[in-house]
Design a protein around this ligand. Structure first.
Ligand SMILES: Nc1ncnc2c1ncn2[C@@H]1O[C@H](COP(=O)(O)OP(=O)(O)OP(=O)(O)O)[C@@H](O)[C@H]1O
Length: 248
């Protein structure tokens, strides 16, 4: 039977210490959906992502991708997603082209796709430069190209537009929209709530290791039930959620 859910996160927790806990995280992402994980610094977004991709072992809870846990078949589980970290460290002695060819070989991706993606992220003219000569933004564009190489059904992006100039923020958003149109399921984390509003179908807000709310962008920004109500922004929603959490 075709499984409609790409991601199922069920009562997931990571207890780093008694005072540093990410707990009771529950959400599902339907195939083809664009889902944003939002929250302030230290809310737990990256930890949740790291648990999904198998880099951090959960203290409890389960994660399924397309109905499958990592324990069922690690190789198949890992083939279901590709991942762009918030800061990727590349071997600095390699050129951008060599880096992508390395990752392409790992995933049996034809070299033609390397050239296509270098063009897409605006690095075609710099492909023979060593990565150590790349600016931070160029390295980030290389990281995005790396994550797009395998055309995995689930694309996971940790803070994809952080630190990019306005031109490349827009280009990144267009690339994410293209992926969405192709039917790729997308999970991304971001602090930039205007980007989230533009890209995401649904949003989960985290604070201090807990999930506060998960809903569609439309429902979160519609104001109140009065149809004449002025729409609010995700930024305002986030402020009121975090404010409500503060001790009085
Ligand atoms: N390896 C670790 N060991 C101990 N604590 C950790 C570890 N990694 C993260 N934490 C803690 O877990 C909490 C959540 O961190 P995490 O990086 O997941 O948050 P985030 O929402 O991604 O934050 P930011 O937006 O600042 O990147 C923080 O209190 C952080 O200090």
């Amino acid at each position: 039977m075709e499984h409609n859910l790409m991601v199922e996160v069920n009562d997931l927790s990571k207890i780093y210490s008694p005072s540093n806990r990410i707990e009771h995280i529950n959400f599902e992402i339907t195939k083809g959906e664009c889902f944003a994980l939002c929250g302030g610094n230290g809310a737990g977004k990256s930890t949740v992502i790291q648990m999904i991709i198998g880099n951090v072992k959960p203290s409890s809870g389960t994660i399924k991708l397309s109905g499958m846990t990592m324990d069922m078949n690690r190789a198949v589980y890992k083939s279901l997603f590709s991942y762009m970290p918030d800061a990727m460290v590349f071997p600095k002695v390699l050129t951008g082209y060599e880096v992508l060819c390395f990752f392409a070989d790992l995933s049996n991706v034809p070299k033609g796709r390397v050239d296509f993606l270098l063009e897409k992220v605006g690095l075609a003219n710099d492909k023979d430069k060593k990565v150590r000569e790349y600016s931070k933004g160029m390295q980030q564009r290389l990281a995005l190209a790396q994550s797009l190489l395998p055309e995995a059904p689930l694309l996971i992006l940790d803070e994809p537009t952080n630190g990019l100039d306005p031109y490349w923020v827009r280009e990144f958003k267009n690339i994410i929209k293209e992926e969405k149109e192709k039917g790729t399921t997308i999970l991304f984390s971001s602090h930039i709530l205007s980007d989230v509003e533009e890209l995401a179908d649904r949003v989960a807000f985290m604070n201090s290791g807990r999930l506060l709310v998960t809903d569609t962008v439309e429902a979160l920004t519609k104001g109140n039930n009065d149809s004449s109500a002025v729409k609010t922004t995700l930024e305002e929603v986030f402020f009121s959620l975090v404010k409500a959490e503060q001790p009085v």
